[in-house]
Design a protein. Structure first.
Length: 352
């Protein structure tokens, strides 16, 4: 198998931010496209299912994962500066295994703007496109030019442009028709060399009103980091995978029902371009009194009801089941009270 080292019965406890005890039947770490292809041909030869793993910050892992877990450690980036119609831009190609936030800071340092609202999002570059990461008014899709993938079945490399990725809110072709079909090895983002400030998100706007300073990309990044740290638990201190549910998008007419359920309480919502509305799942969960509850090892974060946390980082065997049971309990309560189905956001691997 060349240089590629395949391990068996590998513990993934420290490789997933929910700190779940999980053992991979087969495991390898890859740092080049060639190694990705070698890993895939090993899986083909031995008829193994392939589970790609990045930073493990958006996955719930069962205690045993059969098949081959491919840990994506491809590093590096390169940039090309070009002159657009009115302004200069820079296309930066990142390897999938680079840490997202480190790359945001690297770009800011060089005067390449556009990612500052996405500061401090956990995870690696490769995974960012799968769920089209978005925060504080910006989605990855607005910056993505193309990405490179390896087909899991054939091992062939190809490039997808933004349109082919079919991005929408927390969604892409990689969660739909290309689910489990390819591994992202690189992605190219187009950044501006001129600041392009977006502080429309209410919490961000409030921060700058209080600060009484003109926003710069660096200040926006600082603000986003501060706001995130105030309500989202650091996975290094309290195990979590960020938002556990997507914010539901419902028909505007269905909003009246939610409003009727909660009487005088004003229901927060964000109008979408197609006339539907997005309702914060955190608010729905909060109204069902789940914020801060604890069930065994797991619970709902006390500052953000959308985040489920695992209080045990020692790999308690029950945590994964407990977290899914709590998620189910929340889904049922929200459905009964508001008639809204909450969709789980992280990827669940293995059987429960
Ligand atoms: N809210 C509550 N209770 C809570 C928390 C929030 O009622 O416990 C209300 C807030 O008052 C606010 C609304 O819910 O009106 C929205 O809250 P927030 O601004 O915190 O954002 P969110 O909709 O809960 C989304 C993303 C986050 C992202 C933030 C900021 C999803 C699933 N989550 O959360 O993404 O950081 O917006 O843009 O879209 C992640 O994916 O891991 C993540 C943290």
């Amino acid at each position: 198998m060349g240089d590629l080292q395949i391990e068996t019965k590998k513990s993934l406890l420290t490789m997933n931010t929910m700190a779940l005890a999980s053992t991979a039947e087969y495991f390898c770490s890859v740092s080049t496209v060639d190694e990705v292809q070698k890993a895939l041909s090993f899986a083909r030869k031995h008829n193994l299912a392939v589970t790609p793993l990045g930073a493990g910050s958006n996955v719930v892992l069962a205690s045993n994962l059969s098949g081959l877990v491919v840990h994506l450690g491809l590093k590096g980036w390169e940039s090309v500066v070009s002159q657009g119609v009115s302004t200069e831009y820079v296309d930066v190609t990142f390897a999938a295994g680079e840490n997202w936030h480190d790359m945001v800071l690297m770009c800011l340092d060089r005067g390449w703007y556009g990612l500052e609202n996405l500061s401090l999002i956990p995870g690696n570059m490769g995974a960012a496109a799968i769920q089209n990461i978005g925060a504080y008014g910006v989605e990855l899709s607005s910056r993505l030019v193309s990405l490179q993938v390896v087909d899991i079945h054939s091992g062939t490399c190809s490039e997808l442009d933004r349109e082919a990725c079919q991005f929408s809110y927390r969604d892409s072709v990689f969660k739909q028709s290309l689910k489990d079909k390819c591994i992202i090895t690189h992605l190219t983002l187009r950044l501006s060399t001129e600041p392009n400030i977006n502080i429309d998100y209410p919490a961000l706007n409030a921060y700058f009103v209080a600060l009484d300073k003109d926003p710069t990309p660096q200040l926006v990044s600082n603000a986003v980091c501060k706001i995130r740290r105030e309500k989202l638990p650091d996975p290094n201190e309290l195990a979590n995978v960020g938002s556990f549910f997507k914010n539901p998008v419902i028909a505007r007419s269905a909003l009246a029902h939610v409003q009727a359920v909660d009487g005088n309480v004003e229901v927060p919502f964000y109008p979408q371009t197609d006339g539907s509305v997005k309702v914060p799942a955190a608010w729905l969960i909060d109204q069902c009194q789940f914020r801060g509850v604890r069930r065994g090892n797991v619970g709902v974060h006390d500052k953000q009801a959308l985040v489920l946390v695992n209080y045990s980082n020692e790999g308690d065997n029950d945590s994964a089941r407990e977290v899914l049971a709590l998620a189910k309990e929340i889904q049922v309560a929200v459905k009964v009270r508001f008639g809204i189905v909450l969709e789980v956001e992280p990827r669940i691997y293995g059987s429960f």
